[in-house]
Design a protein. Structure first.
Length: 268
């Protein structure tokens, strides 16, 4: 694939501070202060999860930006205070507080912002549309990309897909036993969270599964849609080159970096 015919494919893990990775991913004796520096040279993206639990300092975002290669990308999980509420339409202050917390310091390394909802949060069209209307489209002159991690089966409806598309938001494809999985493309990028890493595979996922995900990622990047993945609608989204973000999250987390490295090898 060349840049003219396909978008970028970014592959990584959630976070970079995890004790078991010091036994099987990070070199022995590596200072913890250099773990991001090392991880960002083995992977091409990282999903920052700490932002979901608490506000980070602008100086932290700037430090992470400066420790990583020029073409590295961070996705950022939005504050839980914006999404874990009965009425999403009342989340304006939490959204503005999060967006203004310093994520702009990442500059061109800022990838999608992930808005994760509780598994018990049902799709209520009017309230959800009001929430989407609150999401800003730019920050300090940078275009913002939003992706919705919806975790209740009630979102598996054309009405949800229509709203997400109207507001230019992507939808997380979760490879998971616990959450609904649907691969309908709703934004101008694709975001997959692969959550089935298994301890019995040194590569996290079985080689055949990694081959399949590499094929899916390439198809998405070229503007296609993998026919074998589940979707709500049978129609296809507009065919155009797309950026693709793939993060190995959860499951046997100690295997996640190996899975990401193995997937990257298949994308060369």
């Amino acid at each position: 694939m060349n840049a003219a015919s396909a978008g970028r494919i970014l592959v990584g893990v959630g976070g970079w501070t995890y004790a078991p990775w010091r036994n099987n991913f990070y070199p022995a004796g590596l200072a913890r202060s250099r773990e991001l520096e090392y991880a960002s040279r083995q992977l091409t993206g990282i999903e920052i999860n700490a932002t979901y639990h608490g506000t980070q300092k602008p100086s932290s975002f700037a430090k992470w930006r400066d420790e990583t290669p020029e073409d590295f990308v961070f996705s950022v999980k939005a504050s839980r205070f914006a999404t874990n509420r009965k009425l999403l339409a009342e989340g304006r202050d939490s959204i503005e507080r999060f967006v203004g917390s310093g994520v702009a310091e990442l500059g061109p390394k800022l990838g999608p912002i992930v808005w994760q909802f509780m598994p018990t949060k049902r799709f209520e069209p009017a309230d959800f549309e009001a929430f989407l209307a609150l999401l800003p489209h730019e920050l300090n002159g940078m275009k913002l990309r939003h992706v919705l991690d919806v975790r209740h089966e009630s979102f598996m409806t054309p009405e949800y897909l229509k709203l997400a598309r109207e507001h230019g938001c992507g939808t997380v494809l979760a490879d998971s036993d616990d959450y609904p999985a649907f691969a309908d493309v709703t934004g101008d990028f694709v975001y997959a969270r692969l959550m089935r890493c298994a301890a019995e595979f040194a590569s996290g996922y079985a080689p055949a599964a990694l081959d399949a995900w590499a094929g899916h990622a390439k198809a998405w990047a070229r503007g296609g849609e993998p026919a074998e993945l589940p979707r709500v609608e049978s129609g296809s989204a507009k065919a155009a080159p797309r950026d693709v973000f793939v993060f190995f999250i959860s499951g046997a987390k100690e295997r996640a970096p190996a899975a990401a490295v193995e997937l990257l090898k298949r994308l060369v």
